[in-house]
Design a binder for this molecule. Sequence first.
Ligand SMILES: Nc1ncnc2c1ncn2[C@@H]1O[C@H](COP(=O)(O)OP(=O)(O)OP(=O)(O)O)[C@@H](O)[C@H]1O
Ligand SMILES: [Mg+2]
Length: 160
Amino acid sequence: MLIEIKDLYKIYNEGKESEVRALNGVSLSIDRGEFVAIIGQSGSGKSTLMNILGCLDIPTYGDYHLDGVDVTELTDRQLAHIRNKQIGFIFQGYNLIPALNARENVELPLIYQGLGMEQRHQRSREALERVSMYDRATHKPPEMSGGQQQRVAIARAIAT
Ligand SMILES: Nc1ncnc2c1ncn2[C@@H]1O[C@H](COP(=O)(O)OP(=O)(O)OP(=O)(O)O)[C@@H](O)[C@H]1O
Ligand SMILES: [Mg+2]
């Protein structure tokens, strides 16, 4: 299994009056090459689950193995390494950097991966072509429609 979670809990503000049990004993296995959709009402915990699967947040209790590695045991530094190398993440809000154009937004994580300029240009070009945004490579997010921004965010995820 590529992704394996068991009995996962996420409790925000535990013990306080504002406590929210966002995940309540979730178990799930996803194999390499599988496509999975998580469906649920607003506020049901989808983003919370995705943030944990994407190693952006940690569960309050429970197990998460990513490609055989127990990620709940890792340091922040090790989690950052996994985010850089193994995970492409498209945020609910696209989290594009407004001052950078489409190509620069796609290439930013590739800089952190240590890729050289030639390789970055090639990868960003391929990714932007796949989402039909290469002709807008020099445009900045405020000059794009919502769907175009979403496509650039997808290109950034697949380039990684
Ligand atoms: N940082 C936080 N602190 C406290 N409560 C939070 C926090 N983040 C999310 N929540 C609460 O946890 C619950 C799950 O939120 P989450 O964002 O995972 O929902 P969602 O399924 O993605 O919803 P939507 O479809 O509206 O995006 C909600 O009740 C939300 O208010
Ligand atoms: Mg959400």
